[in-house]
Design a protein around this ligand. Structure first.
Ligand code: S3P
Length: 430
């Protein structure tokens, strides 16, 4: 249990830990390449360690020296793991690694923690079966543990109607060793880190706006070349401090080296639409990704906003913290088309609605989102995190703005993406 109380403001400079999505890919793709890759500023967290441990269990040599991960690529010659592979709490690990395992002729079993074993996997199992990999698991293959034997794949064309980067990445990774063309369509562009890194590693990718949305295509049999990657700071982690600074009078912070890829920075854009002072400084490109220092100041008189379905992919992981900002804005804010939140690390719609109500906010729940009538001052409450890191961090920030004491029930779950969250928050608190 962690106790949180109202603070005056947030002040200072902070480089939040590196991007989780990029850090997963920064070990998975180099593990498949020819030659040795070097990764700097890699994120050490529970989720990304799950990926690293699986990569090692598949025979890939990874060393860590002087702040650099050195990954000896296998050029797709992985070895059969002797134990069950454990993706722990990480959906990205499970789904991307199933795509990798599908390229291999050996037998492997993948599992995860209690939360991950409840999350849907058919979205990757079905396309991989269509590519001719053999997969079996609980509930017809929808739930982990899943057993897989791959090899001799055939390219497919997939319409990815939920615009999921995990599904897209899984199928593209399998497509690298499939016969012919593999293509993925999505109604809106989901995060494109896999495509950016594949291109940087010499893979020829074709992506364009098709009539049903975005298309990305590749031809099987291409080799990945080793590369150097510098991981930028995670906008999803930066979002918590950004919200805190916007809401607490007198705050002023600078968040360094933040990834501002347009498929990821929807939260910052939404805050600006609400009238918040969030500014990108020193915009530059690092390892093929746009990066900026984000300057944030207290912003009074925030206006309510709506999040529309097509905007959801660019801020999907920030919706819990956006909900906290919405609770402080004047008017009714809504989020729709975000049903995916129900199958994240927890049912995030339920967790947001339930915990905000406990804090006294006026919230309505929908199957695919919620609406919040902002402006009622929040009061401290007991927060049920459901073991979900983003719920824990979002409601810690809510607690900083509330009267009385807020208690967070499983604060240690922040280690999934941000092991030093509470220490960093303490440092910025004035
Ligand atoms: C991720 C993709 C998103 C996101 C998750 C990380 C990724 O999920 O919510 O936290 O690294 O590819 P979906 O692909 O299911 O939308």
């Amino acid at each position: 249990m962690k106790s949180v109380r109202k603070v005056r403001c947030l002040k200072g400079e902070l480089r939040v830990p590196s991007d989780k999505s990029i850090s997963h890919r920064a070990v998975i793709l180099p593990a498949l390449a020819e030659g040795e890759s070097y990764v700097q500023e890699w994120l050490w967290s529970k989720d990304t360690l799950a990926t690293l441990n699986i990569i090692r269990a598949l025979g890939v040599k990874v060393r860590y020296k002087n702040g650099t991960l050195r990954i000896k690529g296998s050029n797709f010659e992985l070895s059969e793991p002797q134990r069950v592979l454990d993706a722990k709490n990480s959906g990205t690990t499970a789904r991307l690694m199933l795509g990798v395992l599908a390229t291999q002729r050996f037998f492997a079993v993948l599992t995860g923690d209690q939360s991950l074993r409840r999350r849907p996997m058919l979205r990757v199992v079905e396309p991989l079966r269509r590519m001719r990999a053999h997969l079996d698991g609980r509930e017809g293959g929808d739930k982990l543990p899943i057993a897989i034997r791959g090899g001799a794949l055939k390219g497919i064309s997939l319409f990815n109607k939920k615009a999921s980067a995990q599904v897209k990445s899984c199928v593209l990774l399998a497509g690298l060793r499939a016969e012919g063309i593999t293509e993925v369509y999505e109604p809106y562009l989901s995060r494109d880190h896999t495509e950016r890194l594949l291109s940087a590693m010499g893979v020829k990718l074709i992506s364009y706006d098709g009539k049903d949305g975005r298309v990305v295509k590749l031809e099987g049999g291409q080799t990945l070349k080793a590369t150097e990657i510098l991981c930028p700071a995670d906008p999803s982690s930066a979002a918590f401090f950004t919200a805190g600074a916007v809401l607490l009078e007198g705050s002023e912070i600078l968040l360094k080296d933040v990834l501002v890829n347009p498929t990821r920075d929807g939260f910052f854009r939404k805050l600006r639409e609400m009238g918040a002072h969030v500014q990108y400084e020193n915009l530059r490109e690092i390892s093929g990704e746009p990066v900026a220092d984000v300057y944030v100041k207290y912003s009074g008189g925030l206006k309510a906003v709506d999040v529309h379905p097509e905007e959801v992919p660019s801020l999907i992981d920030e919706i819990p913290i956006l909900a906290i900002v919405m609770a402080h804005a004047q008017g009714v804010s809504t989020v729709r088309g975000a049903g995916e939140l129900r199958v994240k690390e927890s049912d995030r719609i339920k967790a947001i609605v339930e915990n905000l109500r406990r804090m006294g906010a006026k919230v309505e729940e929908y199957e695919d989102g919620f609406s919040i009538e902002g402006g009622t001052p929040l009061r401290g409450a007991l927060i049920k995190t459901y073991g979900d890191h983003r719920i824990a961090m979002s409601f810690t920030i809510a607690g900083l703005t509330a009267e009385g004491e807020t208690q967070i029930d499983e604060p240690e779950c922040v280690a999934v993406s941000y092991p030093n969250f509470f220490q960093d928050l303490e440092r910025l608190t004035c």
